[in-house]
Design a protein around this ligand. Sequence first.
Ligand SMILES: [Zn+2]
Length: 274
Amino acid sequence: MAKDSDKPRVKIIRPRIPKFCICPFCNTKQRFKKIKEHWKIVKEIDLEKPILFKVQIIYAKCLNPGCERASFSLPIKGISKYQRATARLIKEAIASNILDNTPPERIKRRFARSFNVTGSRRTLDRWKHKEADKLNFKGLIEKLKPSGVLCLDDLDPGRSTYKHLITSDRIKGYILYVDALPNQSEEEVVKYLVTLKELGIDEVNCFIVDMWKSFPQAIHEVYPKAKIQYDYFHIWEAINRHLDNAMKEYSRFLRGIQDHLSLLKGYGFTEGFF
Ligand SMILES: [Zn+2]
């Protein structure tokens, strides 16, 4: 039997009933008129003991006849309308996943154990995407201060028919930008690089690239001052492929000579003749 201490504590949260409220859809300030309410369970993080919030959601009627929405819920600090977890719990989950690089499965187990909540991978992804959408991309890149030595790598996700191109900072080790490209043409790579530039990555001394044929021209067009260095591993791969082909060619050639020799022997030429 579960001990009493394993059971989450339930805290009741109610919104303050205001005299006036503002409809978030039409921004009209108006007298508060309640039309309905319901309760929902929200997960909270607490190190001492698992806690669940029982939150009263109260809906106000929008009194503006021109508003397209009939009602709206009263805001409760730290708890948004569709959220099943508090802002603190979401922050903790995202920090574990991104800053500590904890895999989602482990976060899920830890959350289930410590906070009596489930944090499925899908939920965690949703939280992350929502949080990421709030960030300004340009501002982020500015903060990362790219070093000027960038890698362009392609990525071929099995579930996508598009090629993906990742730009990372070779010196600092950050991934800066990922986007999908319909093909490897110069035109598409130029578009990709122009986006990079628009995001504030305008000083690039060197691009380290793999062997897409379109890279040199595209880079030259958008970043005329940048040097191009081919990725060591891709060069090695290409050398090996050429060596391998040359060896095959040579052994075919040797086999050809052997065939000629036996043919000549058949015509009566002796070994000493050669
Ligand atoms: Zn309204």
